[in-house]
Write a protein that binds this ligand. Structure first.
Ligand SMILES: [Zn+2]
Length: 106
């Protein structure tokens, strides 16, 4: 679960990076807990301003795993689906060969 303001507190988890992150929200909804209402992000793209790495928010969950865990198996499949789903709204550089991978990467 991410809320937009939380982005100010998050930094890139990549080794020796710690860069600031920006977020592009693709889908969100209002969530109500008791009297309080806040914006919940369903799907978004997080980009590190320093190393250029991208991270997806899939179904409200930010996936910010180390590269090697993202490059294989179920995680790779899920993140690849995310790139395909939002292809028209993600910068071409990331779609093609983003860090750690894009749709044209091996
Ligand atoms: Zn970074």
């Amino acid at each position: 679960m991410v809320k937009p303001w939380l982005m100010d507190l998050l930094i890139c988890p990549a080794k020796e990076c710690g860069g600031n992150l920006s977020i592009e929200i693709f889908e969100k909804h209002q969530e109500k807990i008791g009297e309080e209402s806040f914006e919940e992000i369903d799907e978004a793209l997080i980009i590190c301003q320093k190393c250029g790495r991208w991270y997806p928010v899939i179904d409200t969950i930010p996936c910010m795993l180390p590269d090697d865990l993202r490059m294989e198996g179920k995680q790779r499949i899920e993140e690849t689906r995310f790139l395909e789903r939002w292809k028209s709204r993600i910068p071409p550089g990331i779609i093609e060969e983003g860090i750690p991978f894009g749709l044209l990467s091996e």
